[in-house]
Design a binder for this molecule. Structure first.
Ligand SMILES: [Zn+2]
Length: 273
C-alpha cells in the first residue's frame, strides 16, 4: 500500500461552550486519545508531507495536527470570560506527551501575519481581549513541539480594512488572483513570520481552504522555492498520497468534517479501507 496521511485542523478560537462540539480544546483533548488508539502514527507535518508525497509504498499511515489563525490560545492558557479556564493547545499536547512519551506530538500553527490585521480582528471580533499578539511565535518555534506556518498576510478577512485585495472583495480567498496580490498575501507574510518567529515557514494554509487557480497552479509552483514554501493545504476531506496536488493538499477540519470522538473514529475506520 502507498503511504497515506491524514492532516487534522483545529481552531483554538472555537470556544462557544464547554463540550466537544462547542470547544476545540475539548475536542483536541479527546481526539489525541482516539488518534493514539487508531493505529495511525502521529508525526510532524513535514514528515507526513515528505513520506506521503513520495512514491514509496511503505504502507505508512500518518497523522499530523495543525491549527489555524494563530490566536494566543494555541500557546497560552486563557481564562475565558464566559466559559472558564481554557488550556492552550500547547498544554493539551504537553500533558498528553507526559502520558504517552512514546508518541511524537507536534502542532503546526498557521498564523495570520499582519499585526494590523490581527489588531483589527481582536478589536472587532474578539472584544479587544488582546488574543492576537505575535510575541509567542519565537518561543513556540524554540520548544520543538510547535511550528509557526503561514496562513496569509490578512486572511482577506471581512473585518480587516483594508486588505491586500485590490478592490476590497473580501470574505473569500479566490480574489487573490494575480502576482501583486499573491506577493502581498504570501511573500510579505513569509518575510514577516520569518523575522518575528526566527524560522521561515515551510507550509501555507489557504484561508477558508480557498484559492484562485492562478495562486494554486501558477504562482505557487513558480515562486514557492523563492519563498521557502514546500506545500499548501486546503480544507478538503481526504488523504495525502503520492497522487495529491502539493499545492492543494487535503486537510480535515474539526467541527466541519467531524463533530465528535465517535465521528473521528469512524473517519479513521473508513480511511483504513
Ligand atoms: Zn483561517
Amino acid at each position: 500500500m502507498p503511504n497515506r496521511g491524514l492532516v487534522l485542523a483545529y481552531h483554538s478560537a472555537n470556544v462557544t461552550g464547554t463540550d466537544y462540539a462547542s470547544n476545540d480544546h475539548m475536542a483536541l483533548t479527546a481526539d489525541l486519545r482516539t488518534i493514539a488508539a487508531s493505529g495511525w502514527r502521529l508525526c510532524p507535518l513535514s514528515e507526513l508531507v515528505e513520506h506521503c508525497l513520495s512514491v514509496n509504498a511503505d504502507n505508512e499511515r500518518l497523522v499530523a495536527i495543525t491549527c489555524d489563525d494563530g490566536i494566543s490560545l494555541d500557546y497560552h492558557d486563557f481564562d475565558h470570560p464566559a466559559h472558564g479556564m481554557q488550556p492552550s493547545f500547547r498544554r493539551i499536547l504537553n500533558e498528553f506527551a507526559d502520558e504517552r512519551p512514546d508518541l511524537d506530538l507536534q502542532l503546526s500553527c498557521f498564523v495570520i501575519a499582519s499585526p494590523d490585521a490581527r489588531e483589527q480582528l481582536d478589536r472587532k471580533d474578539f472584544l479587544s481581549l488582546g488574543l492576537w499578539p505575535d510575541q509567542w511565535w519565537a518561543s513556540a518555534n524554540s520548544i520543538g513541539m510547535l511550528q509557526i506556518e503561514n496562513h496569509s498576510w490578512d486572511h482577506n478577512h471581512p473585518s480587516v480594512d483594508p486588505t491586500a485585495q485590490r478592490h476590497q472583495r473580501k470574505g473569500r480567498f479566490e480574489p487573490i488572483d494575480d502576482f501583486e496580490q499573491c506577493e502581498a498575501e504570501l511573500a510579505q507574510a513569509q518575510d514577516y513570520i520569518a523575522a518575528v518567529s526566527g524560522r521561515r515557514p515551510r507550509y501555507f494554509a489557504y484561508p477558508w481552504g480557498q484559492s484562485s487557480e492562478y495562486l494554486r497552479t501558477e504562482y505557487l509552483p513558480r515562486e514557492a522555492s523563492r519563498l521557502g514554501l514546500e506545500a499548501a493545504f486546503g480544507c478538503d476531506l481526504g488523504l495525502v498520497t503520492a497522487d495529491s496536488d502539493r499545492w492543494m493538499l487535503p486537510r480535515a477540519v474539526c467541527g466541519e468534517h467531524w463533530r465528535s470522538a465517535a465521528q473521528l473514529q469512524r473517519m479513521f475506520e473508513q480511511m483504513n479501507r
